[in-house]
Design a protein around this ligand. Structure first.
Ligand SMILES: Cc1cc2nc3c(=O)[nH]c(=O)nc-3n(C[C@H](O)[C@H](O)[C@H](O)COP(=O)(O)OP(=O)(O)OC[C@H]3O[C@@H](n4cnc5c(N)ncnc54)[C@H](O)[C@@H]3O)c2cc1C
Length: 446
């Protein structure tokens, strides 16, 4: 493709924003269509003037190499904050503190025996030595270890207790899926990185990265693309904005939205055969979370995160105390703390048809049942309910994603976290890859 051609990117999440960035940097004219009135997709930052917080992705790590290099390139260093990863692991009445990367809190964890702890440390060291071969979001590297469920692998390689009290609470609540169904690949990488893991966020929210990446594109907010058709060598993109339906011709397309939306927009004959089955079979877990304001003095001594562990059944995936998690990053009224309560995938169904007031009340009851020290009184702030929150990483999925990644060609390409790993790093790497494929330029790393 020659320069100065016009490209439409569908979706202003991290993957679409990254694709737009690399295309505009190479002289392409880019229109980014976004159905919402905000950018960032699942990194959307809620801001009502009084409070601000991340509604989806809320951290990145020191093993997100592309994001880290973009932060330098785009001069965002001054916006980066390191997070407090002090976590409460709860099993019924027992609550224990655990800090990521801190051997002392791990060694004091009450749920594990001496043997569990030594096995975990020994095996973690072994994986740490191999970690050059591991990459959280590269399907090519993960395909080789995409052979067993997380749960099976952890039980066999570590111990049942380590699985129940470390791996499961570390992986399940964040991704909202069951470790029984999901490939071990991701956990192997995470364990390999555990020794020096660091967690960061952006002072103004995770969508800061998309906002910078989109600076040279023409952004069409409130513009839901409803149809894409072939028109000779071009593509006709039809979209609906607040006032009208309109169409525009483009030389190339980057589809950067989750697979259920792709199925709605692209007619069967335009979905290339190399990706059709994958798009049709990709499943997502749902996510609901409710955010509240409470009196800050009532949260004194609390930890930043609470996760369930062990065989205990609870609908709570996680409770996050935003101000404690990232001092200074969160906007909240003076004297108030912002608390988000995340509900496990299958438990969201029973809340879906309720009135908002009832959801706030039921979710708070669940949270208090889980963590009784939470105050009785709250001010409801907002509810976020995502039907397509996280692409499921079934066993065998990385092998497929790897084939698709390599097969991409032509003027219609695909980007999104479903093609790598459900992280911001995965999304932006897929966006870069798609942009280079569209430009017909060599790119050696995903
Ligand atoms: C609750 C939660 C917590 C998470 N936490 C983290 C975390 O801490 N760290 C991390 O790295 N990752 C995290 N993630 C994952 C991360 O948010 C995603 O991997 C990432 O946002 C995916 O980017 P994307 O561009 O592929 O998709 P999205 O972010 O979903 O962006 C797709 C965009 O396409 C738009 N769109 C859809 N259909 C249309 C249409 N018809 N027309 C126009 N636009 C359309 C959408 O509105 C959206 O803006 C989390 C996700 C969730 C849900």
């Amino acid at each position: 493709m020659n320069k100065t051609k016009k490209i439409a990117v569908i979706g202003a999440g991290p993957s679409g924003s990254a694709a737009a960035y690399y295309l505009t940097n190479n002289g392409y004219e880019v229109d980014v269509f976004e159905k919402e009135n905000f950018i960032g997709g699942r990194t959307h930052v809620f801001d009502n003037g009084e409070t601000r917080f991340d509604t989806g992705a809320s951290f990145f790590t020191n093993f997100y190499p592309l994001l880290l290099s973009l932060i330098k390139e785009l001069n965002l260093d001054h916006e980066v904050l390191e997070l407090k990863r002090r976590v409460g692991l709860r099993e019924k009445e027992t609550l224990a503190e655990f800090a990521f990367g801190d051997i002392k809190t791990f060694w004091n964890l009450p749920f594990l025996s001496f043997k569990d702890k030594t096995t975990m440390i020994w095996k973690t060291l072994l994986l740490t030595l191999q970690r050059r071969k591991l990459d959280l979001v590269n399907p090519k590297k993960l395909a080789a270890i995409d052979d067993e469920s997380i749960a099976n692998w952890a039980r066999n390689y570590l111990t049942e207790n380590v699985y129940e009290y470390c791996i499961k609470p570390g992986v399940e609540p964040f991704w909202y899926f069951s470790c029984e169904d999901v490939s071990r690949a991701m956990t192997t990488v995470l364990q390999g990185r555990a020794a020096d893991a660091k967690f960061y966020t952006f002072k103004n929210g995770m969508a800061s990265i998309s906002s910078k990446l989109l600076e040279n594109s023409s952004l069409q907010l409130n513009s839901a693309v409803s149809k894409i058709e072939k028109n000779n060598s071009k593509f006709l993109v039809t979209y609906q904005n607040s006032t009208k339906e309109a169409s525009c011709l483009y030389d190339g397309i980057v589809m950067a939205c989750p697979t259920p939306q792709i199925k709605k927009i692209l007619p069967e004959n335009l979905i290339p055969s190399y990706i059709k089955d994958f798009i049709n079979s990709q499943q997502y877990v749902t996510n609901l979370h409710a955010t509240y304001l409470v009196d800050e003095k009532e949260t004194k001594g609390s930890l930043a995160y609470y996760y369930p562990c062990g065989k205990w059944e609870t609908p709570i995936a996680a409770i996050v105390l935003h101000k404690i998690k990232a001092i200074d990053s969160i906007k909240a009224p003076k004297g108030k703390e912002l608390i988000s309560v995340y509900i496990m995938d299958h438990s969201t169904n029973q809340l879906n048809n309720l009135e908002e007031k009832e959801i706030f009340s039921k979710v708070w009851d669940m949270a208090k049942d889980f963590q009784p020290s939470l105050p009785a009184d709250y001010i409801p702030v907002a509810i976020f309910n995502r039907e397509n929150a996280i692409p499921l990483h079934q066993v065998g999925r990385y092998s497929l994603a790897n084939k698709i990644k390599d097969a991409q060609n032509g003027n219609l390409v695909f980007a999104g976290d479903y093609l790598s790993c459900a992280t911001v790093e995965g999304a932006i790497r897929s966006g870069r890859w798609a942009a280079f494929k569209l430009m017909n330029k060599e790119i050696s790393t995903f």
